[in-house]
Design a protein around this ligand. Structure first.
Ligand code: EPU
Length: 418
């Protein structure tokens, strides 16, 4: 077990370069197996979630080479065998293999995926899409056997614009016979990243980034090169760090449009920012105003930034209201923030944050990835030493977090728990 220690209150200045997006990479890596020859994915972050997917690829027999920020995947040698439970449950994104293997081999066997414990997270919409394409889904004790004689294009309506279900429906239908239409599709930039990748292989996908995606099935997909978009959640997390303790902290290599809703909320609070074509410079600002935030699918306020921004809301003068609409259990960070001095009340899916309160370092636990990010931010601001346990959750999604923060002036170390 690893723990993170932060000696808070240090000013952060300099540049943090944002890595490739976790939630795009974790779909692109499984998508690679749909190609008939080698693919290269550039700008893949070195985080434990991407490592876990490479492990599954290698388990299936793919030839995988990692060259600094790129991954080269040759799927020719893949053997379509059951993905064992210990691999499926390592992360949520293992379920992209469900769709990619079904799309390519018309047959897949694996277990229910893992992922952060932030709500129920069913996969009914993914399974509904597979069934609409003509697949049979046999489910027993979290084990899935899904197969089809032939996948045939279908009209799929998602009950909610789920990122996972949208990408899975695309992966399963790119090689199906005829046209597939996905209605109420997720509009997240990660969905667009995957569609561009598949089109590079020869797929015929239009409309990604809108709520209606159309896919004309093709027979073969060839190897290609693609690049992962910058991680908008990592960018947002460090922008919030800038608003808490920054002195001209530059968050570089970003697509500002992807964090537009965060920028608007920071402006509303009164945070000082300079926005460039591919960077944002953020500084700590005084007399921050309270705001109301409601999480929504893209382009709304991202649920993955809800926990990180809670730390900043403790520094606003007055009452802020934050409503979580995507996950039913994403406030596990709140008791820990309160133990550090915050004044936050939970009422079902809404929290009320009364500020401004000083935060002091304590021992806290990263119960999930973004709860961990929230507590790292609190630790950067707090007076004294903050110790964060279960930091493995954070390492699933933030590349070189200790190095990146140390380089801009934070006092932060990671060590094995004794
Ligand atoms: N949902 C269903 N049925 C489904 C699919 C989703 O009911 O078949 C519900 C979920 O229970 C949840 C909501 O719909 O309440 C959103 O789920 P979605 O499928 O959009 O989320 P996901 O694909 O499981 C991805 C990211 C999450 C991110 C969400 C929303 C990956 C691997 N995960 O999850 O990332 O919060 O989209 O943007 O891409 C994170 O990075 O910390 C993280 C949790």
């Amino acid at each position: 077990m690893k723990i993170l220690e932060i000696n808070g209150g240090k000013k952060l200045s300099g540049t943090i370069r944002i890595s490739g997006a976790k939630n795009a990479s974790v779909a692109l890596i499984p998508a690679a197996i749909l190609a008939d020859s080698e693919v290269t994915i550039c700008n893949v972050p070195e985080i434990t979630d991407t490592d876990a997917l490479v492990e599954i690829l290698e388990y299936l027999g793919a030839d995988v080479k990692r060259a600094s920020e790129s991954i080269l995947i040759n799927p020719k040698t893949i053997e379509n065998k059951e993905i064992i439970e210990s691999l499926s449950t390592k992360l949520r994104a293992s379920y992209y293999f469900m769709a990619a293997l079904l799309g390519k081999y018309k047959n897949v066997e694996m277990y229910f995926p893992g992922g952060c414990s932030i709500g129920a997270r069913p996969i009914d919409q993914t399974l509904k899409s597979f069934k609409a394409l003509g697949a049979v889904v046999e489910e027993k004790d979290n084990h899935y056997k899904i197969y089809a004689e032939e996948l045939i294009g279908a009209h799929i309506y998602l009950d909610m614009p789920s990122v996972g279900a949208t990408i899975n429906a695309m992966l399963a239908s790119v090689k199906a016979k005829g046209e597939t239409i996905i209605e109420n599709a997720a509009k997240e930039p990660e969905v667009v990243n995957v569609a561009i990748f598949l089109n590079g292989m020869g797929a015929k996908i239009t409309g990604a980034g809108t709520s209606e995606i159309k896919i004309q099935g093709v027979k073969n997909l060839k190897g290609c090169y693609t690049e992962v978009i910058p991680d908008r959640i990592e960018a947002g997390t460090y922008m919030i760090a800038g608003a808490l303790v920054g002195e001209n902290l530059k968050i570089d290599n970003i697509i500002p449009e992807h964090v537009e809703m965060l920028i608007l909320k920071l402006k509303e609070m009164g945070v000082k920012m300079e926005i460039g074509p591919d960077y944002v410079i953020v500084s700590k600002s005084e007399n921050l105003k309270p705001v109301k935030i409601k999480t929504q699918g893209y382009p709304g306020f991202a649920t993955d930034l809800q926990q990180p921004i809670t730390t900043l809301l403790t520094q606003c003068q007055g009452i802020s209201i934050l409503e979580e609409t995507i996950y039913e259990n994403r406030f596990k960070n709140v008791p820990y923030l309160n133990s550090m001095g915050a004044n936050i009340k939970i009422d079902n899916q809404t929290i009320q944050i009364t500020g401004k309160t000083n935060l002091v370092g304590k021992q806290v636990e990263a119960t999930d990835l973004r709860a961990g990010a929230c507590l790292v931010l609190a630790g950067l601001l707090a007076e004294g030493k903050t110790t964060i346990t279960s930091i493995e959750h954070v390492l699933r999604g933030y590349e070189n977090i200790v190095e990146k923060l140390t380089d801009v002036g934070a006092e932060i170390i990671i060590r094995e728990e004794i």
